[in-house]
Write a new protein. Structure first.
Length: 537
């Protein structure tokens, strides 16, 4: 039977609870403990797939095609394990299941209530995440902060788990924030005290408190919190901001987090961590490097979280080339209004990430045109690939008519069109082509060289596709189809001949980049950008 570590948040959100939980996963894994992770999201949407990136940030896609919370991206990058559908559960899913059972008559006339029906369904789903890989430890993060109305059923469910699986099989970690008061230059513990008090009121006594702060903490603060919250001083863990994100597991290891949890849960683990490779990686990351300016041209650029895996993938690839990728976030709508072109002139490479809807499309096409005409390395991700094909077609027919039918139903050149299997679908949620599919690479292309293999598997999330009616015309004019579904029907990667590196993938390579294993396409793109940069210098 696995052991469970439940992570809750207190005081404020956005303090890095997901990264802290993922880093605890990494330190346990470094002791030879097998780990999986799960996020419980209290919102009522079934999944974040239908939510605006402004509200929710990126939608992370798993191998098995679940549209999930961006924290799953952190989990995969830190624990280096592929997660599945079972690893993200929302209030929407819980209620949908319980209501479906009620309609079927499964409850035999009972009155359906939050306790026990909703809480039982939550616990069933925690069990599903555990059963998927049968690990030693399941780390379960509860979204939101203690005190939210929405999270109460989740907190009640994890409280009950202690009785269900036994006290020694469950540990609770509460992640809080210490505000800094400038006038007196102190860190304040009161909000943490209140938050732990509130958690206690729900029946959960934390075994460990992780204190997040922008400032270093002294032992007096730890002791004070230990005193007020009745948590072991050694389990009050300071975690001020790290220089690099991936340093967090190393910082946590130093505080004794792993030793405490191994002892508390009676885990069969090695006495010393195997973090040498990770440490070497972080040392590389922290070294001074030459910077490489890369533009990300998107429509949600005000919120970096909307492109968090793209940002991380560029970072991983940069480190692999001993370069510090500096991202210039350019709004595609600005480009449409004639602003920001000078910024494109200053970068060594352009990334156009995924997206939906017409807003900002023409700006992305301007970026693709700039990259093509000026031989600037370009990496198109899903929509970025579609935009690249549209732009190429526009240049061939010398007209702005070519388009995707997503943006113009009446275009005479539907270079990108709805996938046939999507035609009869009207529901928006979870209905795209989702998850991992194989892609055969065409030898001699940028893509094949980047991967160095004949077949790859990549994660998808799209409704539209390259329209094969335009294959001949485009390939005769310099478009190279470099990746195809094994049956040859779907264009999965396209690139331009006579260009240093203009490559677009219908899939999202950013979901598979790991800090210790940068994605081949990002690596090749950064290499091409670095070459341009050194020529320009
Ligand atoms: N909107 C496009 C499609 O549905 C691209 C999707 C994406 O970039 N993820 O095909």
């Amino acid at each position: 039977m696995p052991k469970y570590i439940f992570c809750t948040g207190g005081v404020v959100s956005s303090v890095g609870k997901g990264v802290a939980a993922a880093s605890i996963g990494r330190v346990l894994k470094s002791r030879g403990v097998s780990v999986t992770m799960q996020k419980l999201d209290p919102y009522i949407n079934v999944d974040p797939g239908t939510m605006s990136p402004y509200q929710h940030g990126e939608v992370f896609v798993t191998e098995d095609g679940a549209e999930t919370d961006l924290d799953l991206g952190h989990y995969e990058r830190f624990i280096d394990e592929n997660l599945s559908k079972a690893c993200n559960t929302t209030t929407g899913q819980i209620y949908a299941e319980v209501i479906a059972k009620e309609r079927r008559g499964d409850y035999l006339g009972g009155t359906i209530q939050v306790i026990p029906h909703i809480t039982n369904e939550i616990k069933r789903r925690i069990g599903l995440a555990a059963r998927a890989t049968n690990p030693d430890v399941v780390i379960v993060e509860v979204g939101g902060t203690v005190g939210d109305i929405e999270s109460l059923p989740f907190l009640e469910a994890i409280r009950q788990m202690r009785k269900d699986v036994g006290r020694d099989h469950v540990a609770y970690i509460h992640v809080t924030w210490l505000p800094h008061i400038g006038a007196t230059n102190e860190l304040k513990t009161k909000p943490t005290q209140h938050s732990v008090h509130e958690l206690r009121g729900i029946g959960i006594s934390p075994d460990m408190i992780v204190l997040r702060s922008n400032y270093p903490m002294n032992d007096a603060i730890r002791e004070k919190i230990a005193l007020f919250t009745d948590v072991d001083t050694r389990a009050v863990i300071p975690l001020s901001n790290a220089d690099v994100l991936y340093e967090v597991p190393l910082l946590l290891e130093e505080t004794g987090v792993a030793d405490f949890l191994i002892e508390r849960l009676g885990l069969n683990a090695s006495a010393l961590p195997d973090l040498n490779d990770w440490r070497m990686m972080v040392d590389e990351m922290k070294k001074d490097k030459e910077s490489l300016p890369i533009a990300i041209v998107g429509k949600y650029v005000e919120l970096e979280d909307a492109y968090i895996s793209v940002r991380e993938s560029l970072y991983h690839a940069g480190v692999a080339h001993d370069l510090d990728v500096q991202i210039d976030w350019i709004s595609s709508e600005d480009l449409e209004k004639g602003r920001g072109l000078d910024r494109l002139e200053k970068v060594a490479g352009i990334v156009v990430p995924g997206g939906f809807g017409y807003r900002g499309i023409e700006g992305k096409i301007i970026a693709a045109r700039f990259a093509r005409e000026n031989n600037v390395p370009y990496l198109g991700l899903c929509l970025g690939m579609q935009v690249m094909c549209i732009e190429k077609m526009r240049s061939i027919v010398a007209s702005d008519d070519p388009n995707s039918t997503e943006f113009n139903h009446t275009t005479h050149h539907p270079v990108i069109d709805l996938m046939p299997e999507q035609r009869d679908i009207s529901d928006m949620g979870g209905t795209m082509r989702l998850g991992s599919y194989p892609c055969a690479l065409v030898p001699g292309t940028h893509a094949a060289r980047a991967y160095g293999t004949a077949m790859v598997h990549e994660r998808h999330r799209h409704r539209f596709e390259f329209n094969n009616a335009y294959r001949d015309q485009l390939t005769k004019s310099g478009l190279v189809i470099s990746g195809l579904s094994p049956d040859g029907r779907l264009v999965e990667i396209a690139e331009l001949a006579d260009h240093p590196f203009m490559v677009g993938s219908q899939f999202h390579p950013e979901f598979k980049s790991r800090p210790n294993r940068p994605h081949p396409l990002f690596k090749a793109f950064v290499e091409a950008a670095a070459q341009l940069d050194s020529v320009e210098k």
